[in-house]
Design a protein around this ligand. Structure first.
Ligand code: NAD
Length: 380
């Protein structure tokens, strides 16, 4: 059985699905690993490193895609320079493991089903204890949370920590984190390590203790509706609750030097948390980093992929932050996909067992069908 690692062709993507260390582990299990020439280049893993780990380097990308039994990648399949889509190249009946964004782009699921591909979407891995080692959303969100703070610190025209110097005392920066999921918690920890005073807000009350244990103050809003959906994710809240939360957070946004927004609701546009009026109240020189930029933005002024200055406030809407740290992002992602593959391979052969709750949840297409009801609904 051939496991193949594709070279990413999406322009912003620097990650690679397997690193040489994980290749070596798979080869030790008696599996054939093919790596497309140059696949690890942007993450600083050379073809020679992969070869030394036991992989076969394949120069012909169409051959790699069409002969793989399991194709591994990071970004959803793309259209190639020759006009063909990567999905067209896949062997019918083969397995694809990747981020597929099936709720945001359900058409891709239909194309995969039409090609009889068994596609496992890394976004659909359940957020359970047993699936923790496969949870790529968490491994990558944590990188994004960390990097968001560094970007904000670099853009802020101030120090982060409190300093007592011969030339006077510097007050610590005030950081407000909106959305305390995996990215938000890592952002809190990073901002605290740099010496900022940190506040955080989330509509899920369960995160209060985690926020406090990281040394941040939790800004609480009591809503008269359930805010948690299945799987522990946040629900989309009513217009009334949105208004109440905006009123509550407005003064915290106004008094912060840095606002980092991370709020998302799976399959929907990101909730609008920071209005133009709130930005207008912020001090000139303040910085907003909006991690939901690609999902429409938590801030009304965000433009995805751009840094803009609005009323003296710098608003940064980064795209694919994990890819800006491709070494560790690839290392963690490689561990995630390798753990998932252990559920699919028995005695060096492929065995798709839908009795396994993780395989069942992550498998978006199989046998010519879309298996996930939410993805089917999104196609309507
Ligand atoms: P996410 O990326 O979907 O969202 C980020 C945060 O934004 C969440 O904390 C969410 O509550 C918050 N949010 C959404 N709407 C908001 C609003 N209007 N105002 C303020 N905040 C808002 O979240 P995530 O980091 O992917 O985590 C999702 C869930 O998965 C959480 O319950 C988390 O605890 C859980 N999880 C479990 C495990 C595990 O058990 N293995 C691992 C990781 C995450």
């Amino acid at each position: 059985m051939k496991i193949a690692v594709a070279k990413e062709i999406e322009v912003c993507e620097r990650r690679v699905a397997l690193i040489p260390d994980t290749v070596a582990k798979l080869v030790k299990q008696g599996l054939d690993v093919w790596v497309e020439a140059g696949a690890g280049e942007k993450a600083f893993f050379s073809d020679a490193d992969y070869e030394a780990a036991g992989a076969k380097i394949i120069g012909n990308s169409a051959q790699l895609w069409s002969e793989a039994d399991i194709l591994l990648k990071v970004s959803p399949p793309q259209t190639r320079e020759d006009g063909r889509t990567e999905i067209e190249l896949l062997k019918s009946g083969s397995v694809l493991i990747s981020f597929l964004n099936p709720l945001g782009n359900p058409v891709i699921a239909q194309q995969l089903a039409n090609r009889q591909i068994t596609a496992l979407s890394m976004e659909l891995i359940p957020r359970t204890t047993r699936a923790q080692s496969m949870d790529a959303l968490s491994s990558q969100a944590s990188l994004a949370g960390y990097k968001a703070v560094l970007i904000a610190a670099a853009a802020l025209p101030k120090y982060f920590p409190m300093l007592t110097t011969a030339a006077g005392t510097i007050a610590p920066a005030k950081v407000f984190i909106m959305g305390a999921g995996v990215a938000g918690l890592q952002a809190i920890a990073t901002a605290r390590r740099l010496g900022a005073v940190v506040e955080a807000f989330d509509i899920r009350p369960a995160v209060k203790e985690e926020v406090q244990s990281l040394g941040a103050k939790f800004v609480e809003v009591k809503l008269e509706e359930e805010t948690v959906a299945a799987g522990g994710y946040a629900k989309e809240i009513s217009e009334d609750s949105k208004k109440r939360t905006q009123e509550l957070v407005a003064s915290h946004v106004k008094n912060s030097d840095i606002v980092i927004t991370t709020a998302q609701v799976p399959g929907r546009q990101a909730p609008r948390l920071v209005t133009e009026e709130m930005v207008a109240q912020m001090k000139p020189g303040s910085v907003i980093v909006d991690l939901a930029a690609e999902q429409g933005g938590n801030c009304a002024c965000t433009e995805a992929g751009k840094d803009i200055i609005w009323n003296g406030v710098t608003i940064i809407g980064p795209i694919n932050l994990p890819s800006s740290m491709p070494v560790h992002a690839s290392q963690l992602y490689a561990k995630n996909v390798t753990s998932l593959m252990q559920l699919l391979i028995k005695d060096k052969a492929l065995e798709i067992n839908f009795g396994d709750d993780i395989v069942d949840a992550a498998c978006v297409t199989h046998g010519g069908e879309i298996r996930n009801q939410r993805v089917k609904d999104a196609l309507q």
